[in-house]
Design a protein around this ligand. Sequence first.
Ligand SMILES: *[C@@H]1O[C@H](CO)[C@@H](O)[C@H](O)[C@H]1NC(C)=O
Ligand SMILES: *[C@@H]1O[C@H](CO)[C@@H](O)[C@H](O)[C@H]1NC(C)=O
Ligand SMILES: *[C@@H]1O[C@H](CO)[C@@H](O)[C@H](O)[C@H]1NC(C)=O
Ligand SMILES: *[C@@H]1O[C@H](CO)[C@@H](O)[C@H](O)[C@H]1NC(C)=O
Ligand SMILES: *[C@@H]1O[C@H](CO)[C@@H](O)[C@H](O)[C@H]1NC(C)=O
Ligand SMILES: *[C@@H]1O[C@H](CO)[C@@H](O)[C@H](O)[C@H]1NC(C)=O
Ligand SMILES: *[C@@H]1O[C@H](CO)[C@@H](O)[C@H](O)[C@H]1NC(C)=O
Ligand SMILES: *[C@@H]1O[C@H](CO)[C@@H](O)[C@H](O)[C@H]1NC(C)=O
Ligand SMILES: *[C@@H]1O[C@H](CO)[C@@H](O)[C@H](O)[C@H]1NC(C)=O
Ligand SMILES: *[C@@H]1O[C@H](CO)[C@@H](O)[C@H](O)[C@H]1NC(C)=O
Length: 273
Amino acid sequence: MFHVILFCWCWWSLMAVFGSESVSVTEGESVTLHMNITEQQRKDGISWKFGPTDNKSLIAEIKDGNNAIKLYAYRPDGRFRDSLKLDQTGSLTITNTRITHSGLYQITTSNHEELLNKIFNITVYTRLPVPVIIRDSSQNSSSSSVSNCSVLCSVMNVTHVSVSWYKGKSLLSNISVSDLNISSISLHLVCLDDSYTCVINNSITNQTQHLNTDVCHKCSDVSEDYICSCGFTEAVIRLVISALVGVATVAVLVYDVKSRGDEQKKRSDTQIK
Ligand SMILES: *[C@@H]1O[C@H](CO)[C@@H](O)[C@H](O)[C@H]1NC(C)=O
Ligand SMILES: *[C@@H]1O[C@H](CO)[C@@H](O)[C@H](O)[C@H]1NC(C)=O
Ligand SMILES: *[C@@H]1O[C@H](CO)[C@@H](O)[C@H](O)[C@H]1NC(C)=O
Ligand SMILES: *[C@@H]1O[C@H](CO)[C@@H](O)[C@H](O)[C@H]1NC(C)=O
Ligand SMILES: *[C@@H]1O[C@H](CO)[C@@H](O)[C@H](O)[C@H]1NC(C)=O
Ligand SMILES: *[C@@H]1O[C@H](CO)[C@@H](O)[C@H](O)[C@H]1NC(C)=O
Ligand SMILES: *[C@@H]1O[C@H](CO)[C@@H](O)[C@H](O)[C@H]1NC(C)=O
Ligand SMILES: *[C@@H]1O[C@H](CO)[C@@H](O)[C@H](O)[C@H]1NC(C)=O
Ligand SMILES: *[C@@H]1O[C@H](CO)[C@@H](O)[C@H](O)[C@H]1NC(C)=O
Ligand SMILES: *[C@@H]1O[C@H](CO)[C@@H](O)[C@H](O)[C@H]1NC(C)=O
């Protein structure tokens, strides 16, 4: 008898420590802790408790009162105002979740005949804001601003998120925002096409902002000369080379026309003969 009790107690404790099932949800959504209790367990009664192991409060239960099985949902501290629903299967639904609903939820049988003890660990994540992209005006030195456009992607009032720059599907850079102070990441561009995005994510969801084409020069608008911030001598050399190429082209053309003319002349000469 003693051994059985000890065994049960150990199993019970182990369940409480290791048996928790993780559930993640985004703030505002609802979440259901699925159960499928037996008829016997329903008759015996079950209870849902919320909170740390040393301070759990009863939030819902199924009780057999006056030969009718009844479902109850409580609000121990206003946290669960109208957000709890319990059904016949023992499943508990929390509608309109809030950050304060994060924590451990334990379902147990009131009667130990058909043991039931399951723990869910709910984590409610904040709704992610859409990141904001601005021109980084601290970076514009007059010489580089034409060919080097710096932009900042920032997030406000969120922590425990990653902020990343992507070009198409490839990751360019990322930071982890763990305190409210460090919350922007910069990107340096020569010119812009519409494939750049800034993404904020936590482990369950993400938000994306496309880099707006007003902020930097579009690649399609930027001519070769515009990108090349060439010096005077380079410009002169380019000019001379262009001129030489031009002259050479003309020379070749003239020669070509002339030689064709000569050939024609020769041919007509032979015909006359
Ligand atoms: C619940 O359990 C019973 C038997 O214990 C089974 O017949 C039934 O299909 C289960 N329902 C669900 C939704 O899992
Ligand atoms: C226990 O939980 C209740 C309600 O959740 C709370 O009001 C109370 O302050 C907690 N007590 C301790 C010692 O943490
Ligand atoms: C519950 O889940 C959160 C997030 O995954 C984790 O930080 C926490 O340690 C878990 N708590 C327990 C008691 O397992
Ligand atoms: C950068 O340029 C913007 C306008 O293009 C200007 O408002 C800003 O003051 C400049 N910043 C610096 C540090 O020069
Ligand atoms: C643009 O300017 C930043 C800071 O001035 C510099 O770190 C970066 O290397 C430059 N990028 C290019 C492509 O010139
Ligand atoms: C960030 O939080 C502060 C204080 O809580 C608030 O004044 C500010 O408006 C918030 N900013 C955004 C973008 O939500
Ligand atoms: C940056 O991205 C890499 C690759 O996806 C990932 O392994 C790393 O955890 C990320 N770091 C941060 C701070 O998000
Ligand atoms: C964040 O910045 C504020 C001032 O802007 C400063 O008082 C605070 O200590 C900073 N926090 C951290 C964690 O660096
Ligand atoms: C963001 O997503 C990346 C991979 O997609 C992941 O490595 C990273 O841990 C996520 N950030 C957070 C804060 O969970
Ligand atoms: C953002 O989340 C969606 C699904 O929610 C996923 O398909 C996409 O790959 C994620 N994007 C990034 C950059 O992690």
